[in-house]
Design a protein around this ligand. Structure first.
Ligand code: CA
Length: 404
C-alpha cells in the first residue's frame, strides 16, 4: 500500500515517499548540510534536527553523509520511519514546511567522503564484449571470471559530484601500427554507466562481511560514471589493471538511495554456473531491477539493465573483504559497466561502437565512435518502489572539456 505525502509534487518524478534518498546540499552563502529529496524539494534535515523535530543534529549539520552512514542500520531505519511520518501526516505540515527548500535554489554536492574506491567488472555481457574486442585471439572471459568478481582499486580522491567538468586526460598510447608510444590527449575518451553502493558501518580487521550481513553495513546506492581513456588503458594495462586511464575522474550522482527503498526492486539474478565457492553464496535474491538510461547531449545512447549483472552487490562486498581488509565508512564499490545482451543495452562506447569500428548513430544525425569535447554524458535510472511506485536514482552528468 502506498501512503500519500502532503507534499504536492511528491507523486511525480520518482522522488516520492517510497524513495527518500539522502544527499548534501548548499544554499548560497550557507554551509553544506544533509537533506532528503521529496518531489521537487529537498527536506533540510539539519534544520529539522535543530528544531528538535528529528534526532541527529551532529549527523546532519555536516558537509557529508559519513557520520549518519556510520550510525548504523537502527539509526537509518528510525530516521526513515520518522521522515515518512512527518511527510505523510498532515498534522506535521506546518512544522515541516519551512524546511522544504526548492531544488532549484540549492547546489547538490558530493554526498559522502569517499574512503576507498573499488570498481568491479561484473557484467558478463560487458566482459565478454570487451574480451572479444581487445583480445580476439583468446577466450572472451578469463578462467577466473565466473569464480570471483574481478575488480581493481580506483582513485578515491578523484570521485567527483555530478556536474563537475571532465577535462580530457593526456597520456601515453601506442596503437597497433606504431612502433613507439606517443604522448598526447586521449583520442578514445569513453564513459562507463555503472551503479555503486557505499558502506556505512565499518567491519573489523581480519573479519569479512558475509553476504547475509550486506544490509548491516551498506547504506545505499548511487549512479557512477567511470570515465575511461581507452587508448591510454590499452597501452598501460599490460600486465596490471587500469591506472591513469581511469584515475583522472569518476562521477557520482547526488542522491544516495537507501537500501531499504530498493527492497521492491530485488529480483533473481542470472543463474551462476559453476556454483561459486561457499563464501560467495547468497541465500537471498540480490539482483536489482534498476533500469539505466545513458544520454549523450540529451539523446538516448543506451538503456542498460542492471538486473542482468552476473555478480550481485552482496557477493561483491563479501569478496572485497574476504581477505580481512576492513571496510570503512565511505568505501565506494562500483559495479563495473552495466551492459545487457542487446546492442542498445551496452553501457559504454567501446562496446556501442565496437572500438570505433561501427560509430553509434544518435538522433539528429549525430555519430559517435568516442566522446568529443563539449559532449555531455548523463546516466539516469529508475526502479520499482514499494506499492507499485517508481523510484528514481536521479542522474549523474558530466561535460567533456578540452585539455588545459
Ligand atoms: Ca568501470
Amino acid at each position: 500500500m502506498t501512503t500519500e505525502s502532503w507534499v504536492e509534487s511528491a507523486a511525480d518524478g520518482g522522488f516520492g515517499i517510497e524513495n527518500l534518498p539522502y544527499g548534501v546540499f548548499a544554499r548560497p552563502r550557507e554551509l553544506p548540510r544533509v537533506g532528503v529529496a521529496i518531489g521537487d524539494r529537498v527536506l533540510d534535515l539539519a534544520g529539522l534536527a535543530a528544531d528538535g523535530t528529528i534526532d541527529g543534529r551532529r549527523w546532519f549539520a555536516s558537509g557529508s553523509l559519513n557520520a549518519f552512514m556510520a550510525a548504523g542500520r537502527p539509526a537509518w531505519r528510525a530516521n526513515r520511519d520518522r521522515l515518512v511520518q512527518l511527510l505523510t501526516d498532515a498534522a506535521f505540515r506546518e512544522r515541516v514546511r519551512p524546511h522544504l527548500v526548492p531544488l532549484g535554489d540549492v547546489e547538490l554536492l558530493r554526498p559522502f567522503e569517499v574512503a576507498d574506491y573499488v570498481d568491479f567488472y561484473s557484467s558478463e555481457h560487458h566482459a565478454t564484449n570487451v574480451g572479444r574486442i581487445l583480445r580476439p585471439d583468446r577466450a572472451a572471459l578469463g578462467a577466473n571470471w565466473k569464480r570471483l568478481p574481478v575488480a581493481y582499486h580506483g582513485r578515491a580522491g578523484t570521485v567527483y559530484p555530478s556536474g563537475t567538468p571532465i577535462v580530457r586526460p593526456s597520456g601515453q598510447r601506442r596503437t597497433g601500427d606504431e612502433d613507439e608510444p606517443v604522448f598526447g590527449p586521449s583520442l578514445r575518451l569513453d564513459f562507463e554507466a555503472e551503479v555503486g553502493f557505499v558502506a556505512g558501518v565499518p567491519s573489523g580487521t581480519g573479519r569479512g562481511v558475509p553476504t547475509w550481513a550486506f544490509r548491516d553495513h551498506v547504506f545505499g546506492f548511487v549512479l557512477v560514471n567511470d570515465w575511461s581513456a581507452r587508448d591510454l588503458q590499452a597501452w598501460e594495462s599490460q600486465p596490471l589493471g587500469p591506472f591513469l586511464s581511469k584515475s583522472f575522474a569518476t562521477s557520482v550522482s547526488p542522491w544516495v538511495v537507501p537500501v531499504a527503498a530498493l527492497e521492491a526492486a530485488r529480483v533473481e539474478p542470472p543463474a551462476q554456473d559453476p556454483e561459486p565457492l561457499q563464501y560467495l553464496r547468497c541465500d537471498e535474491p540480490w539482483g536489482l531491477d534498476l533500469r539505466l538510461e545513458v544520454l549523450i547531449n540529451g539523446r538516448v545512447a543506451a538503456r542498460p539493465p542492471f538486473a542482468s549483472m552476473y555478480w550481485t552487490s552482496p557477493q561483491q562486498l563479501a569478496h572485497a573483504t574476504v581477505n580481512g581488509a576492513p571496510l570503512r565508512t565511505g568505501d565506494l564499490f562500483a559495479s563495473g559497466t552495466v551492459s545487457g545482451p542487446e546492442r542498445a543495452q551496452r553501457g559504454c562506447l567501446l562496446e556501442l561502437s565496437w572500438n570505433g569500428r561501427e560509430p553509434l548513430e544518435l538522433d539528429g544525425g549525430m555519430r559517435r565512435a568516442f566522446l568529443e569535447d563539449g559532449d555531455t554524458v548523463t546516466v539516469r535510472a529508475s526502479a520499482p518502489g514499494a506499492g507499485g511506485a517508481t523510484i528514481s536514482l536521479g542522474e549523474v552528468s558530466g561535460t567533456v572539456h578540452p585539455p588545459l
